[in-house]
Design a protein around this ligand. Structure first.
Ligand SMILES: Nc1ncnc2c1ncn2[C@@H]1O[C@H](COP(=O)(O)OP(=O)(O)OP(=O)(O)O)[C@@H](O)[C@H]1O
Length: 297
């Protein structure tokens, strides 16, 4: 079997009888960032919870580097950054204490931090640009700052597999780009990252792989192979909007290439002709979207 994360034939049925995941299969190789994309209620969080052992599997198994997931979790190899709504921000705790929680699994039951733990907390907070906020209460921070603190906790944990549930919700473009840059660095270091996101437009920018989910994994693999119009349409059904821009609406010269814009209402995916050919810059994307709205009265 391949090293990395392997999810094989996993099904999850909640107590109310709803089958949120059905025969899901997904593999994450070392040194990769995989986007997990699907509509609300398609099973993204349930998939995370089944990796973390928070829900009982009704069928299938999850392994990490060829050992059962429970063993990998015990060895602190997995960090989970949940959706912001799942965290109690009223809980009075300092930023540096949140990050130190990433070290708990490496400490004995007395949870007394050693110098190495403190060094890793400092390095992690510095890396996400939050060291100067270390003495602040977590609840006082902005949405983007909170996300960075939770990312720092995952860094301090030195996890091999990092699960991020909607890391870009409520985050400005600068913070989004900082988070993406950090994730790329982590990929270089050989880590595996699974990111649930509704931000379709950012997926080709930083995810080398993608998995489309709708109770089952509809398609998974290299982003350019998975992120096709047909697969996205199947995943999003009627929710998806799709425009093709060409001719005078797009070009003032003889360039005949088309731009395809696919959106589920957050940031759209923009493809210039054959999409793997020419990734567009942010400015080009904005221009394309503006041209579209001007072109459609
Ligand atoms: N604890 C639970 N008990 C019963 N049903 C649940 C429970 N948690 C989730 N569900 C249901 O399982 C399905 C999948 O939910 P899940 O939270 O995994 O979706 P999601 O893709 O993460 O959605 P979103 O994009 O809105 O975060 C939904 O129909 C949801 O209502």
């Amino acid at each position: 079997m391949q090293s990395g994360l392997n999810i094989e034939h996993v099904s999850v049925r909640y107590r109310n009888g709803l089958e949120a995941l059905s025969d899901a299969n997904l593999a994450l190789p070392p040194g990769s960032i995989t986007a997990l994309v699907g509509v609300n209620g398609s099973g993204k969080s349930t998939l995370f919870k089944s990796i973390m052992g928070f829900v009982k599997l009704s069928a299938g198994k999850v392994t990490f580097n060829n050992v059962p997931m429970a063993q990998a979790l015990k060895a602190n190899q997995v960090a989970y950054v949940p959706q912001s709504e799942e965290i109690d921000w009223q809980f009075p705790v300092l930023v540096e204490d949140v990050v130190m929680m990433g070290r708990y699994g490496h400490m004995n039951f007395l949870r007394r931090a050693k110098q190495r733990d403190r060094d890793l907390v400092r390095q992690a907070l510095t890396r996400v640009g939050m060291w100067s906020c270390r003495q602040r209460q977590i609840g006082e921070l902005s949405g983007g700052q909170k996300k960075r603190v939770f990312l720092a906790r995952a860094l301090a944990q030195q996890a091999q597999l990092i699960l991020l549930d909607e890391p870009f919700t409520g985050v400005d473009v600068t913070t989004e780009e900082q988070i993406m840059a950090l994730l790329r660095e982590l990929r270089q270091e050989g880590k595996m990252i699974l990111v649930a996101t509704h931000n379709l437009g950012s997926v080709p920018e930083f995810c080398d792989r993608a998995a489309l989910i709708k109770q089952r994994i509809i398609a998974a693999g290299l982003t350019e192979q998975v992120f096709t119009h047909q697969n996205l349409q199947h995943t999003f059904g009627g929710v998806l909007r799709h425009f093709i821009l060409a001719g005078k609406e797009l070009h003032e010269d003889e360039d005949t290439r088309k731009v395809t814009v696919i959106s589920d209402c957050e940031r759209p995916v923009v493809m210039y002709d054959q999409w793997a050919q020419t990734p567009l810059s942010r400015q080009q994307k904005l221009t394309a979207i503006t041209s579209q709205s001007e072109a459609q009265p």
